[in-house]
Each structure stands twice: as structure tokens, then as C-alpha cells.
Design a binder for this molecule. Structure first.
Ligand SMILES: [Zn+2]
Length: 83
């Protein structure tokens, strides 16, 4: 039933941009948390990202999605035809 697009986000500020810290074992020291928020105002470190629906308003959409919104067939629009 849920074909809603979801994304993972920082539990602190809801920012969908965070970096994965796992695998970073420099100096033989494991990171204690898996992720760190990339929001400079936040920089929250966490193990479990929250899952939330992708916000439609103001969110970044792909060119294809943009064309679909405008009612343009993406396949047609991608062809740079000059006839
Ligand atoms: Zn955050």
C-alpha cells in the first residue's frame, strides 16, 4: 500500500544529508556512531537514522520528475531534436 517515497534522515534535525562513518577505523579506533549529520548547525551523531517521507514541497527533484510534473513526456523531452 505504501508507494510513498521515504528517505532516511537525521533524528535530531530531520536533515536527509548525513555521512556514514562506519568503516572509519583510522588509528585503530572505531567510531562510536555510524552516522553524522551534515547539517553544520546540527552535526548530530547517531546510529539509527529515522525514516520519513520525502517532502514534496521545496525538495530537490530530478529533471525527469520535473518534466513529469509539467506534463511532458521525459523520453520525448530528452531527445534534442531539431526538425
Ligand atoms: Zn542533524
Amino acid at each position: 500500500m505504501s508507494n510513498e517515497t521515504t528517505t532516511r534522515a537525521c533524528p535530531e534535525c530531520d536533515c536527509a544529508e548525513f555521512r556514514v562513518r562506519s568503516g572509519n577505523s583510522l588509528h585503530g579506533k572505531q567510531c562510536e556512531t555510524k552516522y553524522q549529520c551534515r547539517n553544520p548547525e546540527c552535526e548530530h551523531e547517531f546510529d539509527e537514522a529515522v525514516r520519513r517521507p520525502v517532502k514534496n514541497s521545496g525538495s530537490v527533484i530530478t529533471a525527469k520528475q520535473m518534466l513529469e510534473r509539467l506534463g511532458v513526456d521525459p523520453d520525448e523531452a530528452m531527445v534534442g531534436g531539431d526538425d
